[in-house]
Write a new protein. Sequence first.
Length: 193
Amino acid sequence: MKIGLYFGTFNPIHIGHLIIANHMAEYSGVDQVWMVVTPHNPLKKKETLLDDYQRLHLVFLAFEDYPKIKPSDFEFKLAQPNYTVNTLAHLQDKFPTHEFSLIMGEDNLKTFHKWKNYDVILKHHDVFVYPRISSEADNNQFKNHPKIHLIDAPVVEISATFIRDNIKAKKNVQPLLPSKVWEYIDHNNFYKK
């Protein structure tokens, strides 16, 4: 089975994530997309980051009607801080018949050379890159790499920071969130302080 791994804090999950994950599930050749919720890094300030399991629950709510997209708490079980190369090794060990690839935004591709053991990732895994709006010159060293696949996906520029800031400012962000996610956030008064 071919699995696309979409990593993120998803704080909160929003329709931009949903659009990209669904596009990857339908058009990239993977059988499933796993939404890998990144746990809170104890070395970083928490500020507005919801509890790991609250964010995982929001991902469940967002994708319960999408059979090709699965929430994943896999990284919750690994030592922190964790690196993508380690997660991939653990996943391959646990699911030896699966073929794992990464899903990332074009902005992450620009710093991919700084990732721990990025060359090992590229040796063993495909990387699917969705477009982002950028004012930087298009001179990425990985653009022509055989393991890098640029996906002609919709450009979605919605940020979780924008959503959190505007919930706090008492603005209506409901259209930017899956309805069940919005209801859960609103009911629990998340991001209001």
